[in-house]
Design a protein around this ligand. Sequence first.
Ligand code: GRF
Length: 203
Amino acid sequence: MRVAVLASGRGSNLQALIDSSEMEGAPFKLSAVISDKKDSLALKRACKHGLKGYFLNPKDYCCREDFDSALAQLIKRKNIDLICLAGFMRILSSEFIACFSHSIINIHPSLLPSFPGLEAQKQALDYGVKYTGCTVHFVDEGVDTGPVIDQRVVPIYDNDTVESLSSRILKEEHVLYPRVVKGIARGLVEINGRKVIFHKGGS
Ligand code: GRF
């Protein structure tokens, strides 16, 4: 399975996917790393591992639709089967999402549907929940509203700060994301409307 990772920043989830793809018998290959930020650590990580990195400059396009259409062309040209968003800080147009329906997934640092959008870890702390976590979900037209594929739970401690909680969640993200991508590559993920069955027995 050919995977593209879209990332704007630090790229630690990208790194987890790179590491997983480099393991013997990995069922997927990272065929493109695409960023909207020229100097992103994500592109540097791709380069370090000999992966094809692409910078698409939003300033070169008059609107979101034009940017997304260039992105779609690149993804089609690379024969990508699965698009993984990993800290990609742009909202994708509905045309783009429709074009790659059920082939775009995202990782989010909360147990969706709680705390969608920005600063999910701060939202969880401010709300006072005792458990949060991370979610990998299919991307639909809403913000973090697509069908949930899998989640991992993280406890919140009384002395947690946004930083301490974020780093504990991030560790779980790095386990979850490669696991889901491998599951999809092995045909273990079945979609039935909003419900996703992840046949983990076979993973
Ligand atoms: C992660 O917390 C992810 O859940 C969210 O954006 C952050 C990206 O971090 N969507 P990184 O760039 O993968 O380190």
